[in-house]
Design a protein around this ligand. Structure first.
Ligand SMILES: Cc1ncc(COP(=O)(O)O)c(C=O)c1O
Length: 450
């Protein structure tokens, strides 16, 4: 069929549909028993997402046999790509020993030691099954430790799916209130009003605004929760002075400072806290930390973590969980970190820098205004002329056009996150970064003036 009569913006979808009939058939069938055909809200995109069959290194294969170069790393949850032989070996050894036990295991102790050595602020840790549970327990610990109920989080910050933190993640410009004094807006229906009213929202990278909000709420706050790189809002790094301000204010007001490093951990050997040289009281980890398995970690100051210790009577804070510290996640995660040496990370980060440069050049060359944000191996595309330093700045970006570019990239064999975000894995080399650049230029050439 000739594509000449089809408007440019519809053409990508036309090609996408031609390439992916098996994914469409899958969704038609899957919708019968799964609302929308899947169990993960954030990975849906129209007309229907690609369905995966398998992964190999930096490649993904869909149900139609199309190959995609993976620049998502499962939304930053994989840092060594698919099927790394050493990770597979560690999993196989553990599989033979057992997958689930009614108590502690040596792989758990080993991984805890490895994490605490790597991230100096982690004096002690506990393992959960997800980043969501890590932030839930960190917040609960902060409340128990301070005896206060209210928490503060950043506008645009994502910390998982518990009620307390599903607030002001993607508020619309009309509901969000004043820029320096944002309103708390539930991110989904089903969150009780009382929960939302217990959350203070602070602006990101706005030192004076955030300080004023914190000081006015001050002594009532149990915790301030912040991502050192705002992930879901589009890989927006914090400014060092902003994190330093949060550290100073929280220390002065007796508030627990929690860094959610579920995404940002990968920016430096000891996480973003090493990169920015700002030390939190508690840290939450997730995603890549499980080496491909569902895993979360929270930890930090031993006087706070001591509240979980049951060895001297009933602990102040309970933390049960049938699969906490799951042995497969322990060995896959520990092997992942052992492979992620300072040298490997430096190379990965420099590849990330090269990719962001390629992207900036491609947009500039096509004359399409765009901001490429990110740090280390993280990147995001914002189709706006305005510099992006906070969630508010992303509200001017063109989401429809970004979606067309996303579909265009898929049509060229490149996968990023549908919201224009991505992260590199160590399985991607220089050649793949060049291929990304070439594919992006091809797609933008199709969209110039559209
Ligand atoms: C910064 C951040 N915190 C917490 C979470 C929640 O982690 P999980 O999806 O493992 O529950 C995510 C997930 O995307 C995240 O990006």
């Amino acid at each position: 069929m000739s594509t000449e009569a089809i408007p440019l913006t519809a053409r990508e979808e036309e090609v996408y549909r031609e390439r992916t009939p098996a994914s469409l058939r899958f969704f038609e069938k899957a919708r019968e028993h799964l609302p929308g055909g899947d169990s993960r809200s954030t990975v849906f995109y129209p007309p229907y997402p690609v369905v995966f069959d398998r992964g190999e290194g930096c490649l993904l294969f869909d149900l139609d046999g199309n190959q995609l170069l993976d620049f998502t790393g499962n939304h930053s949850a994989l840092i060594h790509g698919y099927g790394h032989p050493e990770i597979l070996k560690a999993i196989q050894v553990q599989l033979r020993k057992g997958t689930s036990f009614p108590g502690a295991t040596e792989p758990q102790r080993h991984y805890a030691e490895l994490l605490c050595r790597r991230i100096p602020s982690l004096e002690q840790v506990r393992f959960t099954n997800s980043g969501t549970e890590a932030t839930l327990n960190a917040v609960r610990a902060a409340r128990a430790f301070t005896g206060r109920a209210r928490i503060a989080k950043v506008e645009g910050g994502y910390h998982g799916t518990t009620d307390d933190v599903m607030v002001s993640i993607h508020p619309s410009g009309t509901e969000a209130g004043a820029r320096s004094e944002p309103r708390a807006i539930p991110n989904t229906r089903g969150i009780p009003r009382e929960v939302v009213s217990n959350v203070t929202i602070i602006p990101y990278n706005d030192i004076e605004g955030a300080r004023a909000v914190l000081e006015s709420t001050g002594a009532g706050l149990a915790a301030v929760l912040v991502e050192p790189v705002l992930g879901s809002a589009g890989m927006i790094p914090a400014e060092t002075a902003y994190l330093e301000m949060l550290r100073e204010v929280t220390r002065r007001l007796g508030i627990v400072l929690i860094f959610d490093e579920v995404v940002s951990f990968r920016v430096a050997y000891g996480g973003a806290q090493e990169y920015f040289n700002v030390v939190p009281d508690l840290t939450c980890l997730g995603k890549l930390i499980g080496g491909g398995f569902p895993l979360g970690v929270f930890g930090g100051r031993s006087d706070i973590m001591a509240m979980f210790d049951p060895s001297r009577g009933r602990p102040a804070v309970l933390h049960p969980g049938s699969h906490n510290a799951h042995p497969l996640g322990m060995v896959a995660g520990a092997t992942t970190l052992e492979l992620l040496t300072r040298e490997v990370l430096a190379q990965l980060n420099s590849r990330g820098g090269a990719l962001r440069q390629e992207m900036s050049r491609a947009f500039a060359g096509a004359g399409i205004p765009a901001q490429i944000t990110g740090v280390g191996s993280l990147f995001a595309i914002h189709l706006t002329e305005q510099p992006v330093r906070s969630y508010r700045d992303t509200l001017t970006a063109q989401a429809d056009r970004r979606h067309q570019i996303f579909l265009g990239l898929v049509n060229e064999g490149i996968l990023i996150d549908p919201r224009g975000v991505g992260s590199l894995t160590t399985a991607l080399g220089e050649e793949e970064v060049r291929r990304f650049g070439a594919a992006l230029r091809t797609v933008l050439a199709r969209h110039r003036g559209a």
